[in-house]
Design a protein around this ligand. Structure first.
Ligand code: GLN
Length: 202
């Protein structure tokens, strides 16, 4: 299985390092042609306004939409999640619109308001997942086919899945807990059955 990490901006190197720990040699993806040869891709955190401009400039939008439509797995973390969303509360950036969620950027405030919190994520097992939120977005609308994997303070979704698509407001690649990456690899390698999903529905 070939796993790519979009390497145009943001913390792609950290994702590649975690995948390496899991025995997967991930590809850095910068060009549309490179997307054709990967089975799954991670869109990292960073700055979504920059990601959006570069995706347009490098003609990556259409092939990413195509990947999602073909059922290949895509995971967006933080700014990557913003890019996957169908709509955001502002005019800019322009998301890809491939995941049926609405997102608010910088929902907790500025850089100094970044924080860490243990989350319950039942698909990862009973142990809490230590989540790092950096100028993080929250999900303010969840479509019918979208499963909420974890919420903050019992009401704000921060990890969601829609069939082959995964999104997290926080940064699993900045911890030593590799369970989210393992979960994504499982999703990428199979048909999603192990996650209770097939083609976006239970
Ligand atoms: N606040 C950033 C944005 O809106 C996301 C921050 C992050 O990815 N850690 O793009």
């Amino acid at each position: 299985m070939e796993v790519g990490v979009l390497a145009i901006q943001g913390d792609f190197a950290e994702h590649i390092a975690v995948l390496g720990k899991l025995g997967v040699k991930a590809q850095e993806v910068r060009l549309p042609a490179q997307l054709a040869s990967v089975d799954a891709i991670i869109i990292p955190g960073g700055e979504s306004t920059t990601l959006s401009r570069l995706m347009t400039l490098y003609d990556l939008r259409e092939p990413l939409e195509q990947m999602a439509a073909e059922g290949r797995a895509i995971w967006g973390t933080c700014a990557g999640m913003i890019m996957l969303s169908r709509e955001i509360t502002e005019q800019d950036p322009i998301p890809l619109g491939i995941m049926d969620i609405g997102v608010q950027r910088n929902a907790f405030g500025r850089q100094v308001d970044s924080f860490e919190q243990d989350l319950d994520v039942s698909v990862l097992g009973p142990d809490p997942f230590h989540a790092i939120f950096i100028r993080a977005p929250v999900i303010i609308r969840v479509g019918d086919g979208v499963e909420i994997l974890s919420t903050l303070d019992a009401n704000r979704p921060v990890a969601v899945q829609q069939g082959n698509l995964l999104a997290t407001s926080f940064h699993p690649e900045l911890t030593y807990d590799y369970r989210f990456h393992s979960y994504f690899l499982e999703l990428a390698g199979g048909d999603g059955k192990s996650c209770g999903f097939r083609n976006g529905s239970r």
